[in-house]
Design a binder for this molecule. Structure first.
Ligand code: HEM
Length: 446
């Protein structure tokens, strides 16, 4: 190590007002490739440099996504109860494998997502957004992270997966407990159990949903492989999309002109998202690459083969944008790495952007006078599972009446089931009202 500084810790952080000042400190101490302690006694590296991050993500000869190369893990220096394992242990899903194996899983995911009708996605996102807002709009205040940003992607994904009401409730409870860190092992097992039940049910009764499309894909995945891809999509979709909605709302609420009075257009929100993805990317320190050989750095340090090298997408964007502020102002561009880089780049950019844009538009349209309930400098982030996540987003607004609920809410969403599908969307959309009611009760702790 070039400086005598101890490794930067990526764990045990108190809530912090500005993660970028933490990254700036690390870069000042170690340069843009930072030696880090991932967990107690577990070492790795963090890449905060834009060009290095892109080049290493694309260099599949030197770097692998496969944790079976993680030396500390394979040689038994990471205990079975390490909190790092849910993120970093080997798994048979796209994010954790390379080459032909990766292409097979990724094709199943992209083909299955490709079957999601955009209009259907827009419609259910708008409906679930309205339903969540109905629960707090008369109050004149809300905590938008837990009551809205985190709930909306979960409800949308439940619908796309084809869960019935009971499965949706159990899955949502397990996912919520997981991100609250409540009984992680049991919650993880429950989430997998629900997915396993859904896979069994879809074999019996196919539907117009992601699960059915994965089961029927010509790549012929085993049930266990299908469950693993569903788990990956769940993890990849929920928290990042929640963080994107949170970051976009923060950008509106703390921006120079505030939310304004007119309903924002999708075009203006797309532009807003581009800025947010540069300055405040939702995924901060993940995933990890593993060098197949020792990698020497310019300053003489060496990254040993098999060390986890975490991709700090948010920091790479943020510092590149700051160092190139003049050039960035001249043209709007999407050269940021918020969606990743190389063969594992996010395959769901359109879906995630659609959900985030509708989430922000519906909220700003429904809640006039929306403003932060605390000064922006009181907002906090904390490190959770290697990543910086927002803590709260409290807001105030002029109280509004909930929307009148028509009979259409309980009716199935109009959609054409695929040929041979005997069970359309009924089970998911019929549960819209009770599932969102359940979520709200869950949030209130009752
Ligand atoms: C509907 C929501 C989303 C879904 C279904 C989804 C799905 C996925 C999947 C399946 C992967 C693994 C791909 C592979 O290994 O080949 C992935 C990777 C990734 N996703 Fe997404 N994602 C969603 C939202 C987001 C959001 C909101 C962001 C942040 C802006 C994001 C950023 C990333 C990144 C950075 C990677 C890793 C890329 C890399 O390794 O270079 N995703 N996503």
């Amino acid at each position: 190590m070039s400086s005598g500084c101890p490794r930067a810790a990526l764990h045990q952080s108190e809530p912090h007002p500005d993660p970028y000042s933490v990254y700036a400190r690390m870069r000042a101490d170690h340069g843009p490739v930072v030696p880090v302690e991932l967990g107690s006694g577990v070492h790795g590296w963090l890449v905060t440099d834009y060009a290095t991050l892109i080049s290493w993500s694309r260099d599949t000869t030197t770097f692998s996504h496969d944790p079976r190369l993680w030396r500390d893990f394979t040689e038994g220096r990471v205990g079975p109860d390490s909190p790092l394992l849910p993120m970093l242990a080997p798994r048979t899903s796209a994010l954790y494998v390379d080459g032909v194996e990766h292409q097979r899983y990724r094709r199943v995911i992209t083909d299955s997502l490709g079957g999601v009708d955009t209009e259907h996605l827009r419609r259910i996102t708008g409906r679930y957004a309205d339903r969540l807002i109905d629960e707090f709009c008369a109050r004149g205040r809300a905590e938008l992270l837990d009551e809205y940003a985190r709930m909306l992607p979960l409800l949308v994904m439940n619908d796309l997966f084809g869960f019935d009401e009971d499965q949706g409730m159990r899955f949502v409870t397990a996912m919520r407990n997981l991100w609250l860190g409540v009984d992680a092992e049991r919650s993880n097992a429950e989430a997998e159990r629900v997915l396993s039940e859904v896979v069994t049910a879809r074999h019996r009764q196919p539907g117009d949903d992601l699960t059915t499309r994965m089961i029927r894909h010509r790549a012929a995945l085993s049930d266990e492989e299908v469950i693993m891809q569903l788990l990956l999509v769940t993890a990849a979709a929920n928290e990042p999309t929640a963080n994107l909605i949170d970051a976009a709302l923060r950008a509106v609420l703390t921006g120079p002109s505030g939310p304004g009075t007119a309903a924002p257009s999708d075009a203006s929100l797309t532009e807003l998202l581009d800025g947010v993805l540069w300055r405040d990317a939702p995924i901060t320190n993940f995933p990890a690459l593993y060098p197949r050989v020792d990698v020497p750095l310019d300053d003489g340090r060496v990254i040993e083969a098999g060390s986890p090298v975490l991709m700090a997408f948010a920091a790479a964007n943020h510092f590149f944008a700051r160092e190139n502020a003049e050039r960035m102002e001249e043209t709007a561009n999407r050269a940021h790495v918020a969606w990743g880089a190389g063969p594992h780049r996010c395959p769901a950019i359109d879906e995630a952007s659609t959900v985030a844009i509708i989430a922000v538009r519906v909220l700003l349209t429904r809640l006039p006078g929306l403003r932060l309930a605390v000064p922006p400098e009181q907002l906090r982030w904390r490190l959770s599972g290697l990543s910086w996540v927002p803590v709260r987003l409290p807001v105030e607004f002029a109280p509004q009446a909930p929307l009148p609920h028509g009979p259409e809410e309980a009716a199935p969403l109009p959609a054409d089931p695929p040929a041979g599908a005997s069970e359309p969307r009924q089970q998911a959309s019929g549960g819209l009202s009770s599932l969102s009611n359940f979520l709200v009760r869950l949030l209130r702790g009752s």
